[in-house]
Design a protein around this ligand. Structure first.
Ligand SMILES: Nc1ncnc2c1ncn2[C@@H]1O[C@H](COP(=O)(O)OP(=O)(O)OP(=O)(O)O)[C@@H](O)[C@H]1O
Ligand SMILES: [Mg+2]
Length: 263
C-alpha cells in the first residue's frame, strides 16, 4: 500500500452543539478512488470543506503528501493540488463551456504576468481535450446557462481537472446525470492517472461501487467504517445506518447484494 496522499487525523467541526464532523480519521492512499458515503446530514460536505480549507477545523490535523496543511488558507491548499467540484454548482453561467474550462486551465500560469501566446495555445488544447474526455466536445461554444443539469456536472469535472490536481474531491458529481452520463463519468474517473487521487461523495451507489477502491461510511459525523467495497456492502452496521434513516433503498437499489430483505 502506498503512503497516504491525504491523511485526516481526528478532525472535528462543531456548529454550536452540533458535531457535524466528529473525530474523523481517514488515510487515502495515493492513486485511490475513495468514496465517502452516508445518509443526508452525515457530514460529508463539511468534511470536504475541512480538506479544502473553505472552513477551519475545530480540532484535528489534515495532512497532504506528508505536509500538515491544517492551518493553510484555501488558496494555498489549491496551489498544492487540491481541486473540487461542489454539491451546488460554481460555474460561470453567462460564459461558454470552453471559457469556463479555459479560466481554470490558465490559472496555473498565475496572475502576475499576462499569459503568452504559447501558454494560451497549450491551455486551449488542454481545454479541448478535457471537454472531449467528459463528453462535451460539441458544446464548447454553448453558454453554460443552456446546458442540461447533467452536462453542467460533466463540465464541473472538466473544470476541476483543468487545475491538474493531485487530489480531486467530487461532491455528488452524478446527481442529476442520466445513467449513460454517470457511466461515462465512472469511466473517466477510472481512466485518470494514478497521480490523481480521487475522493468522491456520492449517493448513487452504482457509481460508488463501480469506481471505489475503498469506502468510508460516515454517520452522524463519525466514521462508521472504512474498508473495501465488499466489506462495506457486507456490513450490518452500514445497512442499519441507512435503513434506520429511511434511505434503505440506497443499498436495496443495487443488483448486489440480493440477500437484503425489506421488512
Ligand atoms: N455552516 C453550517 N452551520 C451550521 N450547521 C451546518 C453548517 N454546515 C452544515 N451544517 C450541518 O452539519 C450537518 C452535516 O451537514 P453536511 O452538509 O456536511 O452533510 P452531508 O453529509 O453533506 O449531507 P447531504 O448528503 O444532504 O449533502 C448537518 O446537520 C448540517 O445541517
Ligand atoms: Mg452534502
Amino acid at each position: 500500500m502506498s503512503a497516504p496522499l491525504l491523511s485526516l487525523s481526528g478532525i472535528s467541526r462543531h456548529f454550536g452543539a452540533l458535531k457535524a464532523v466528529d473525530d474523523v480519521s481517514i488515510d487515502v492512499p495515493t492513486g485511490a478512488r475513495h468514496a465517502l458515503i452516508g445518509p443526508n446530514g452525515a457530514g460529508k460536505s463539511t468534511l470536504f470543506r475541512l480538506v479544502t480549507g473553505s472552513m477551519p477545523v475545530s480540532s484535528g490535523t489534515v495532512t497532504l503528501g506528508g505536509s500538515d496543511i491544517t492551518r493553510l488558507p484555501e488558496f494555498r491548499r489549491a496551489r498544492r493540488g487540491i481541486s473540487q467540484t461542489l454539491q451546488h454548482s460554481s460555474l460561470f453561467l453567462s460564459q461558454t463551456v470552453q471559457q469556463n474550462v479555459l479560466l481554470a486551465a490558465q490559472r496555473q500560469y498565475g496572475t502576475r504576468h499576462a499569459i503568452v501566446p504559447r501558454e494560451q495555445a497549450a491551455a486551449r488544447e488542454r481545454a479541448r481535450a478535457l471537454l472531449a474526455d467528459v463528453g462535451l466536445e460539441g458544446r464548447a461554444g454553448t453558454p453554460v446557462s443552456a446546458l442540461s443539469h447533467g452536462e453542467r456536472r460533466q463540465l464541473e469535472v472538466a473544470v476541476a481537472l483543468a487545475c491538474q490536481p493531485r487530489l480531486l474531491l467530487l461532491d455528488e458529481p452524478a446527481a442529476g446525470m442520466s445513467p449513460a452520463e454517470s457511466a461515462r463519468l465512472v469511466e473517466l474517473l477510472k481512466s485518470l492517472p494514478e497521480s490523481v487521487t480521487v475522493v468522491i461523495v456520492e449517493h448513487d451507489l452504482e457509481v460508488v461501487f463501480a469506481l471505489a477502491t475503498s469506502v468510508t461510511v460516515l454517520h452522524l459525523g463519525r466514521v462508521l467504517l472504512t474498508g473495501s467495497p465488499d466489506e462495506v456492502r457486507a456490513s450490518a452496521a452500514v445497512q442499519e445506518a441507512y435503513l434506520g434513516t429511511g434511505r434503505g433503498s440506497l443499498f436495496l437499489d443495487m443488483a448486489e447484494p440480493a440477500h437484503l430483505e425489506v421488512s
